[in-house]
Each structure stands twice: as structure tokens, then as C-alpha cells.
Design a protein around this ligand. Sequence first.
Ligand code: ADP
Length: 259
Amino acid sequence: APGVSEVRVAMMADKPRRRIIAVGSGKGGVGKSTVSANLAVALARLGRKVGLVDADIYGPSQPRLLGTEGKRPDAREKQLIPVPTAFGLGVLSMGNLIEPGKAIAWRGPMAGNALGQLVDADWGAAEILVVDLPPGTGDVQLTMLQRHKPAGAVIVSTPQDLALIDATRAMQLFEAGQVPVIGLVENMAGYVCPHCGEVSDPFGRGGAEAEAARLGHAFLGRIPLDMMIRQASDAGVPPAAGDGPQAEAFLALARRVAT
Ligand code: ADP
């Protein structure tokens, strides 16, 4: 009979080498889902085999961002098969499993099981799974850390003080769970007025970079507050799939994250 260590080696060989990159934020509305979707699309554009898990179980927005609303994933041998998108990657989201617009009122353990179904789906050749976490530091995040062992975490914040304090808390959660923080992304930085071209900083400037430095984490760059990003996102076409400066910003982020 095979020894315990041989069994373990066989099990590890069965599991493809897949890195989970968790995208978190201290609070909602800072653009975590937007950054997750565009980071995944940008990684695919750079030739990486990538999948996207929408772990924002209670407020899934990836179906809208990636234009897969109303599509249901198939299942094979009790494993879900990711929903294909038009952008070179598959996605799984609670939003593709529940009736659109229906609220989910689950307790922690059920949310944790749902997360397991999404992460342990049939991701095929994907080498990287980008996971869009719910905002804050709750049950789903803890399950993610403990059960699915992300290779690293990307934290999204706006330049605003309050968002930064919450982002710091999110970074501490990952560190406590021995998940390396890849770095901090500043979203909604620098607003370009579509009429006069003047650049203003509605939420201040430089705060996220300073905070990352203070905590000894990498600063992964700025994504400007840009009407085009909101419009393209709402239309289900991630700006990272286009060819404007917005796509460049997300490709630069993907290059930093994927090294
Ligand atoms: P979160 O996942 O943190 O709750 P979302 O990604 O859903 O945040 O973004 C919240 C809203 O802000 C959405 O309407 C989105 O289109 C918009 N948004 C996010 N980032 C930007 C940006 N850089 N420029 C313009 N709008 C943005």
C-alpha cells in the first residue's frame, strides 16, 4: 500500500499549479470589482491563462462588468464550468447562479460553501485565478485565506483617508493569514474634466502611495477617475480590453502583479 507521503504527492500532482490572486478592499464602492475585472482581462491580454472568481457573494457585479448577465454555467461531475466571456477568460459568479436582482441572505457557512464551488470549479488550463472578494474583513475573506490559500493579495483603495484606514485593516487581515500583500492600487485618483481638461484630485493625492510605503508594501499604481471607465464598465466591455490610456493603466497594473 502506498505510504502517506506518496498519497500526498499524488494528490498534489492532480491539482494544477494555480495561483490565486485575491483582490480586496477595506470598504465598498472603491472600485474593487472594476479593478478585478480589468486586471483579469489585462492578464489575459498579456498572454496569461486566467480565470475570474466573483467572491462578492452578496453583491456580485462581475456578470455586468464582463457582459455575461443571464448566462448560466454548465456543470460536469458536480464541478461548475466557468462562463466564457468575450475577453479571453472564463468567469464564475453567484450572479450567474441566482435570479438576477434577488438578494442572497446566507449565513457564513453557506457563503463559504458557495465560495468553494466557485474556486474549485473546472478552471481547465487557468494558471491564475483572480478573486474579487467582498469588501471588508468578514467570513468570506477568512474562508478564502484559510481554505484556498491565495498566493497574494492586491488591495484597492481610493486616495481618501477613510478608505485608506480601511484598506490598512484589509492588508493586516491578509498578513495575519500569511498571505503576502502584493501591493496597493489607488483607484479614482486624479479626475480629468471632460470639458476643460483640468486635472483635479477630488479625494486628495499621494495618500495611498505614502501609506503603502509606511507599511512596507509596494505601490502598484494609479487608475484615474474617468467617465469612460464607468461607461464601458456599465456596458459590459472592460476598458482593459480597449486601446485607450485606460487600457494602458490596467496593463501596467497586470505587468506588476504578474511578475
Ligand atoms: P466596489 O467593487 O469596490 O464596490 P465597483 O468596482 O463596483 O466598486 O465600482 C463602483 C462604481 O464606481 C461603479 O459604478 C464603477 O463603474 C465606478 N468606478 C470604479 N472605478 C472607476 C474609475 N477609475 N473611474 C470611474 N468610475 C469608476
